[in-house]
Design a binder for this molecule. Structure first.
Ligand SMILES: [Ca+2]
Ligand SMILES: [Ca+2]
Length: 87
């Protein structure tokens, strides 16, 4: 239950960042979070976007366990995660 709320809050913040760019597709949010534009999201990049994203949440969506989220892994989080609280 608690973890669900954390993921929801994280997605809300990520979507808010993308909304500023008037684009809320997973691809657009991915680009927004990928600060060094290397094509993958490190825990540091996601944690920088939202400090409530813990290592535990990050690891849950790192399907291949390589320590970074690919576009595919991030899209899974983006589409399968619960909606932000209050929506
Ligand atoms: Ca990156
Ligand atoms: Ca990965």
């Amino acid at each position: 239950m608690k973890r669900t709320m954390i993921i929801g809050a994280a997605l809300g913040a990520l979507a808010a960042g993308a909304a500023a760019a008037q684009d809320t597709t997973p691809e657009a949010v991915f680009g927004f979070v990928d600060a060094n534009s290397d094509g993958v999201l490190s825990f540091e990049e996601i944690n920088e976007a939202n400090a409530s994203v813990t290592q535990e949440v990050f690891a849950e969506f790192d399907a291949d366990g390589n320590g970074s989220l690919s576009m595919e892994e991030f899209a899974n989080l983006f589409t399968n995660g619960p909606p932000p609280p209050g929506m």
